[in-house]
Design a protein around this ligand. Sequence first.
Ligand code: FPP
Length: 280
Amino acid sequence: MLDIRELYSSLQTVKILQNIKMNEIIEKNDQAEMPRHIAIIMDGNGRWAEKSGKIRVKGHEAGARTVDRIVTLCVEIGVEVLTLYAFSSENWQRPALEVSALMGLLRHYLKRETKRLIEQGIRLHAIGRLDRLDAKVRRELAEACQKTAAGKKMTLNLAISYGGRDEICDAVSALCRKVQAGELDCDVIDDEMLTAHLGTAGLPDPDIMIRTGGEYRISNFLLWQLAYTELYFSDTLWPDFAKEEFLQIIDNFQRRERRFGRVLQLPDSKLNPEPGSNHE
Ligand code: FPP
């Protein structure tokens, strides 16, 4: 028979070992360059629920608990911006019951978390076609954004009713209106100007984009902003996504070489080998 004291003590040992590992990773992360902006496609809630014989909404509820864990961790380790894909423009096509459950979860989150966001120094921001949201949700979201506006530690950017193509079209329309009004010359429109007309204006581009749930797609997420972002795809379903895996992804990011289309700086001896030397 299983001795409960033995089981308890081995569980404690596992916990202690996990904590040591986590602390090691956090310490290592402290020394290396922290990503400024992390963007996440939180996929796999539905499958998580189905796997354990629950309705899909239960998966979204469990997903909201993962949101809490990851937001807290991001503030702790000094991430400046965390963008979460909470509801895509395509998600409106889901069954009405699921849409309304997701909206309910969002409202619940705002109600439950606004105070904690203020305490943690987190500014809430939202991108997407927010005019499609129910007036009540829109008002509560605007209120939460306004109440947390002074947060300096991190921006939590929620993509809601969001589509990357919509966002680019909206930016182009805004620029066209300025051209029509005679305020802008077509020839001066460049990368920087379009960037300044996106929902993410003022935020740095993501350094890391993580998608959980085992699919290898971008799914209309931050299409413009992900141009030079490092991509990570995890098989873990979002409700199971743990702090440790997240920190491991950051650790992996810190080992990647980001060239932004340039070549690495080579030592002069490699660029201009002396005549007769063996340099390639
Ligand atoms: C994708 O999983 C997830 C969503 C469409 C919604 C994400 C929402 C949450 C994590 C909870 C609420 C968020 C906040 C910020 C409070 P899926 O349903 O497509 O999963 P599947 O691919 O397994 O079906």
